[in-house]
Structures are given as structure tokens and as C-alpha cells.
Design a protein around this ligand. Structure first.
Ligand code: SF4
Ligand code: SF4
Length: 361
């Protein structure tokens, strides 16, 4: 398992996390799934669960290992009659969180639950919910503040407060190119949101990594054929700022399928072919997929391009990452191999020149 962290979230977060809202089966079966996930290195769990009983099961499953687990709890998900409900009622949210603290002691991530429009955002900011979350952080009951959203403008405005450490956002190769119910806002704006997060050290946990399953089925996929789980995971994990993906699993079999990513080959994770299907406006922009490898000079073409884009976005810290690479853009021999392979039609030889110039190496 690979682990990632960011400046604002220094904990080591497993790149594969889990969404546990759809867990099925008996109490023991659910517990076994969670324990097996932890045994296999998964440490990040989204806890917008279906029932209150599932919280109790989760608490039992992590008993004795609380510090090994990173919890993501949502202020606004409530369980008045034991079942999931959504509210902006401050009193109910306060009560609900007190129960969650009793179970877990604290939460690593405390998120505003699902904020997708401006009116709702104002209610959260002015109606006391955000204040409550900050109060809980000051008391140590929340370690990091954040939110979940499908709207890139809302995400940008919350990130720009400087109070957010990490947030949950819908990221996949369909939503990044097409606006919709779960990808609200101008698609071209999303890339700069990811860059801004990386620059500010804000982490992203990814929901809807398969676009609600659509990308895994040729009949519903934007690309006319199915992508694999590994390709969807790698796509999301290649976006700047992303620390973990949170596939929703139902049972042990789903967990075993998801965990295959940890041993998948570069070829199995290669999603570069989507370049043949994206809108023409996306041509010429590197998406860091590394489909163009191998580079005879050993340049990690995707990462070098990511460094360049982050440097252009004003990320000063990226210079030290870049200079520690074994091969940089200045090693480019202009062989043209990457250009002939790139489905996004990136003029990489020209770009390598610009990158070398920018980094001065
Ligand atoms: S140049 Fe093309 S193939 Fe290579 S990493 Fe960038 S987008 Fe992918
Ligand atoms: S053109 Fe440069 S970056 Fe591309 S494969 Fe050749 S040496 Fe590597």
C-alpha cells in the first residue's frame, strides 16, 4: 500500500481508502471486512454510513487500533431513528457529533456534509455549523476541518478561507471533462482547483471515483467502453492534491477486488487511451498519465509535467521535488517517442524545453 500526506495533513494516508455506506451482511461480516481492510494497509475510512448500527460495528472493528485508523465524519449526516438523514439543524448536528465522539474519542477529519450550492454554504457559514466545527477542533475532538462537495466553485471558496485541511470531492475521467449533477461547474476549472490544493497543502479524498459505476460499464461509460477500477484509481491519484480514493464496497469480495490495485502493473493502471475520446479542447494538455513511457533518458514524463504545471500555478515548494528527480527535462534527447505515443497530442519536446528553462536545470 502506498501512503501519502500533505502539508496540512501530515498523517500517512493510504491511497486506497474505503467508503462504508453500502456495507451488506451480518454484524460479524461487516466487522470482518473492516478488519481485513486494516490488516491490508487501508487506514482511511469515510463514515457517512447508512445506519447508526454501522457506526457501532465500525467502532468494534477498530477497537484496540483507533490510532491506526483515520476517520472522516460528516457534520450534517444524522441518525435520528437509526437511519441516515441529512440536516442543517445545529442542535441535531451537535447532538449527533457528541455520540460519535463517545464511540471514537475524536475524528481525524470533520467535514461539512455535502455542500453544493451557495445558499447552503452561507447557511453553514453563518448558521453556526462551521463555528461548531471550529469549536470542536479547538477542543481536540476534530483534528482536521473540511467538507464534501461536487461543486468546484464552492470547493475553491472554502479552500481559500485557509481553514480547510482536506476535503472530499468527486474526481474521475468523466466528471473532469463534462459538467453534470455530480460535477457542478466549468470542467476546465477543475484542473486549477486541484493545483491550488497541492500548492496550499490541502488534501483531497475522492468520492465517485467510478462515476457511480458508470465508467466500469461499456454501456454507460463516457468513453464507449469500460475502464477498469485500477485505471480509475490511477487517474484520480494522478490529480494534484489527491491523497486517497474512497471506493464504496459492499462485502469482502468487493474489498478483495479493490485491493488488487496495490499489486497492479503500470500497464494495468494506464488510462492514457481516454485521450482518444476527450473533447478536442483537452488536446495539448498533459494529464500525467505516463502512457508515453518509456523515455530512453529515464524521465518521469508525467511527474515532470505535473511539477511544471504546479510551478506555473505558483507552487514554490515543487522546485525541491523537481530537483531531487534522477532525470529532469534538461535530459530530454528529443527522440520524439513520447510525442508519437501521446493520446492527448501533447507537443512534449517543446514542453520539455520550456520545463527545463523554468526549472533552470
Ligand atoms: S505527454 Fe501525453 S502520454 Fe505523456 S504523460 Fe502527458 S498526457 Fe500522458
Ligand atoms: S522526447 Fe525527450 S522526454 Fe520524450 S521520450 Fe524522448 S527523451 Fe524522453
Amino acid at each position: 500500500m502506498e501512503y501519502r500526506s500533505s502539508r496540512r495533513c501530515p498523517e500517512k494516508i493510504s491511497v486506497i481508502g474505503l467508503g462504508c455506506a453500502n456495507l451488506l451482511g451480518s454484524r460479524n461480516e461487516k466487522k470482518e471486512v473492516i478488519k481485513t481492510a486494516i490488516d491490508n494497509g487501508v487506514n482511511f475510512f469515510d463514515l457517512a454510513l447508512a445506519t447508526w448500527e454501522d457506526y457501532e460495528i465500525f467502532a468494534e472493528a477498530i477497537s484496540g487500533r483507533r490510532e491506526k485508523v483515520i476517520t472522516q465524519i460528516h457534520f450534517g449526516a444524522v441518525y435520528e431513528e437509526g437511519k441516515y438523514g441529512w440536516t442543517r439543524d445545529l442542535g441535531k448536528i451537535r447532538e449527533q457529533f457528541a455520540l460519535q465522539v463517545k464511540l471514537f474519542g475524536y475524528t481525524d477529519m470533520g467535514y461539512i456534509h455535502c455542500v453544493d450550492d451557495n445558499e447552503d454554504l452561507q447557511e453553514v457559514l453563518q448558521g453556526g455549523i462551521w463555528d461548531l466545527m471550529q469549536e470542536m477542533k479547538a477542543k481536540g475532538a476534530v483534528r482536521h476541518l473540511g467538507f464534501s462537495s461536487h461543486n468546484s466553485a464552492i470547493a475553491e471558496s472554502l479552500v481559500s478561507t485557509g481553514l480547510v485541511d482536506m476535503f472530499m470531492f468527486s474526481v474521475n475521467p468523466a466528471y473532469d471533462y463534462r459538467a453534470g449533477e455530480y460535477s457542478i461547474g466549468e470542467p476546465s476549472y477543475r484542473a486549477s482547483l486541484y493545483q491550488e490544493c497541492e500548492k496550499m497543502g490541502v488534501g483531497i479524498s475522492v468520492m465517485k471515483v467510478f462515476a457511480g459505476g458508470q465508467l466500469l460499464d461499456a454501456k454507460t461509460s463516457l468513453y464507449d467502453f469500460a475502464l477498469t477500477q485500477a485505471q480509475c484509481f490511477q487517474y484520480a491519484l494522478d490529480r494534484p492534491g489527491v491523497l486517497t480514493v474512497l471506493p464504496g464496497i459492499r462485502n469482502m469480495s468487493d474489498l478483495q477486488t479493490v485491493l488488487k490495485f496495490t499489486s497492479a502493473t503500470a500497464k494495468e493502471k494506464d488510462y492514457g487511451f481516454i485521450g482518444e475520446f476527450v473533447p478536442k479542447s483537452a488536446y495539448g494538455k498533459c494529464v500525467y498519465c505516463n502512457h508515453c513511457q518509456p523515455c530512453p533518458m529515464g524521465i518521469d514524463i508525467g511527474f515532470v509535467n505535473k511539477c511544471y504545471d504546479l510551478a506555473l500555478a505558483g507552487d514554490e515548494l515543487i522546485f525541491s521535488h523537481y530537483s531531487s528527480l534522477p532525470a529532469t527535462a534538461s535530459s530530454c534527447a528529443k527522440c520524439g517517442h513520447c510525442e508519437s505515443r501521446c493520446p492527448f497530442r501533447v507537443k512534449q519536446m517543446e514542453r520539455m524545453e520550456k520545463i527545463a528553462e523554468r526549472f533552470g536545470k
